[in-house]
Structures are given as C-alpha cells and as structure tokens.
Write a protein that binds this ligand. Sequence first.
Ligand code: ITT
Length: 193
Amino acid sequence: MELIFATNNAHKLAEVQAVLGNRFTLRTPRSCGITEEIPEEQPTLEGNALQKARYIHERTGCDCFADDTGLEVEALDGAPGVHSARYATDGHDFAANNRLLLHNLEGVENRRARFRTVIALILNGEEHLFEGVVEGHIIDRETGDEGFGYDPLFVPEGGVRTFAQMSTEEKNAVSHRARAVRRLVEYLHNLKK
Ligand code: ITT
C-alpha cells in the first residue's frame, strides 16, 4: 500500500518507515512536487495533523497522513505542547528550544513530561485520528546524539537513557509516534479482513 506522509521532517519519516517496514511505501510531499512548508496554524495537535493531511490531500487526491507532536511538561501547564517546534524561535531551532526548556525548568522539582502524537489519516476521502503517548521526565542537561528535537532531554518512564541515546528501533519500542503508527497500521489491517 502506498501513502503520502505529509511531513518535511526526515527524522520522523525514518522512524515511521521503520515501524511500517516494507508493507507500506511512504511517499514524501517533495516526491509529489510539493516543496513548500506545509501550514500548521491550529491551536491543537489534532487540528494541525488534520490541516497538514488535508493540505496534501487537496493537492494530490491521494491517501495520506500527517503527524503532529508536542512535548507536554506538567510543571509548565502542558507547554510547549502544540508550540513545540516554535518554542524559542520562529523556526525549528532544536538547540534553542532545549535551552529554553531547561531555563524554564531551572529549580523545578517536578520534571514529569510526556510526548503526544496525533496522526490524521485521509483514506478514500475519509478522515481518521490516532493518538500515541509516552510518559517520562526531563533531565537537566542534553544527553545523546541520536534522534531530534527534545530527544536529548527526555527519558521515557522506566528507563535511564534519553531518546537521543537510543537507536531508532529502541525509541520505536516505546515512543509516542510508534504507538500512534501502530494504531494506524492496526486500523488499516482490520479494513482488509
Ligand atoms: P512536520 O510538521 O513537517 O511533520 P515538524 O518538525 O514541524 O515536522 P511537529 O510540528 O509535529 O513536527 O513537531 C513539533 C516539534 O516537536 C518538533 O520540531 C520537535 O522539536 C518536537 N518533536 C516532535 N517529535 C519529536 C520526537 O519524537 N522527539 C523529540 N522531539 C520531537
């Protein structure tokens, strides 16, 4: 089965392709001639995931899905949340975002946080949402070189290493995104039965 994954984030693409294996062929917006940044202007992850998927569907007519993800920190009332990409600056400046997060958590004892992914699928013109969550905590300095975004600061529940100290396979065993993708796959498999 072929699906367009409405993302410009190469890290996400690699993670999702690793969960899907060779049962699904993922196409990128770029491979369909869509090179501009896909708009995400909604106040919720659900709204943004739908906006991104609709943007691609309207332009291609193809089955597609999008992922919107936020890091929700308990002591910061759920921030950066839907603003995770643009927490510190207008762009996707991972280092600046991480610095600001550490600054805002200085002296804060409660380090609990979670990643939440919402996937919006448009299949035969119908919209479906899937969610994946991983609980964990924020450590006090960046650790590890793998992954992207807030990975060097996030340790999933029950572990001692950050996502940035894990291989894609290890991150996918517990991550928010992999959980949402597995729900998507389960849905698609059940359709075929
Ligand atoms: P697309 O919209 O093109 O898919 P994006 O990078 O803008 O890519 P999101 O809006 O979903 O993706 O993600 C917002 C930010 O949250 C992202 O820029 C990262 O800083 C962070 N983020 C998302 N998923 C993450 C993950 O698995 N690990 C660490 N940080 C993540």
